[in-house]
Design a protein around this ligand. Structure first.
Ligand SMILES: Nc1ncnc2c1ncn2[C@@H]1O[C@H](COP(=O)(O)OP(=O)(O)OP(=O)(O)O)[C@@H](O)[C@H]1O
Ligand SMILES: [Mg+2]
Length: 256
């Protein structure tokens, strides 16, 4: 398994987003915290309560950041139901790109699954075409041995998953991850929802490493005062380590 990436597959990801200064600072903070999370923390799962909270965006940006500092990183997209990664990054000939669903159903082997990318040190496993019973596929031995193999090779495996309140897949994957990061969309997730998601991850035996409060409205003083140590920051991801982030808006204002 030592050299699984030998088929020379390559994908060009066209990142057309403008990287806001504050967003990139928040990502660096996340990156730094992960590096200090412990040597045994390699398989890191990203999830959220609901769709569209920004998991994939933050997960891939982080993978790129980690690769950028020389960490051998794999971005693993487990959203077999509706991954938008290849279209979002305008990947050419995407219909010819193989992914996890094909691997788990025995249509491609491991060497045909991993793609190098134009992002330094960042490889990619795509989700593949949507398939029936994704959670059943992710529960199989083949997925577990894939994770083990990647863990032996990469410094970090960033695992993108669907929202945990919507489908079971993230909880299934969490069983095998070393830690999880929750993405929480500001003002869109209740304390109770966030707690339920946290419990579900923890019941899988996965440790919660922290959370990213995303899509923060910076025109509101509430977040400015509560979360920012340095003053104003952008609507893009803000990293909060351990707890704190679950506080609902009402409680925030009470605690000021
Ligand atoms: N901080 C942000 N500010 C503004 N827009 C954002 C932010 N983060 C993500 N978005 C946008 O929100 C949308 C959803 O992002 P993304 O696909 O990363 O979410 P997701 O949680 O992975 O969704 P899904 O549950 O469908 O997989 C995208 O259009 C993305 O560009
Ligand atoms: Mg996503």
């Amino acid at each position: 398994m030592d050299n699984i990436n030998t088929r020379g597959n390559y994908v060009v990801l066209n990142d057309q987003r403008k990287m806001d200064y504050n967003y990139s600072e928040a990502l660096k903070t996340l990156r730094t915290n992960l590096r200090f999370a412990g040597e045994d923390i390699k398989l890191i799962l990203f999830t959220s309560c609901f769709p569209n909270e920004g998991k994939s965006d933050i997960a891939i940006s982080l993978a790129k950041e980690l690769g950028g500092i020389g960490k051998k990183t794999l971005f693993l997209d487990t959203d077999i139901r509706k991954s938008a990664l290849l279209s979002r990054f305008k990947v050419e000939n995407r219909e010819n790109i193989h992914g996890l669903s094909e691997y788990l159903s025995g249509q491609v082997d491991l060497r045909g699954l991993i793609y190098k990318t134009n992002f330094p040190n960042m490889d990619l496993i795509c989700a593949g075409p949507s398939a029936p019973d994704p959670s059943g596929m992710l529960e199989g031995k083949k997925f577990v041995s894939l994770l083990q193999a990647t863990k032996d090779i990469y410094d970090f495996v960033i695992i993108d998953t669907p929202p945990i309140e919507t489908v079971i897949d993230a909880a299934v994957v969490a069983k095998h991850a070393d830690g999880a990061i929750m993405i929480i969309e500001a003002d869109a997730v209740s304390y109770r929802d966030a707690q339920r998601a946290q419990r579900q991850i923890e019941m899988s035996g996965c440790r919660i490493l922290g959370a990213v409060l995303n899509k923060v409205d910076t025109s509101s003083d509430r977040y400015y005062n509560k979360y920012s140590r340095y003053g104003k920051y952008s609507k893009y991801g803000k990293y909060a380590k351990y707890g704190g982030y679950y506080r609902k808006p009402a409680e925030e204002s009470e605690s000021k």
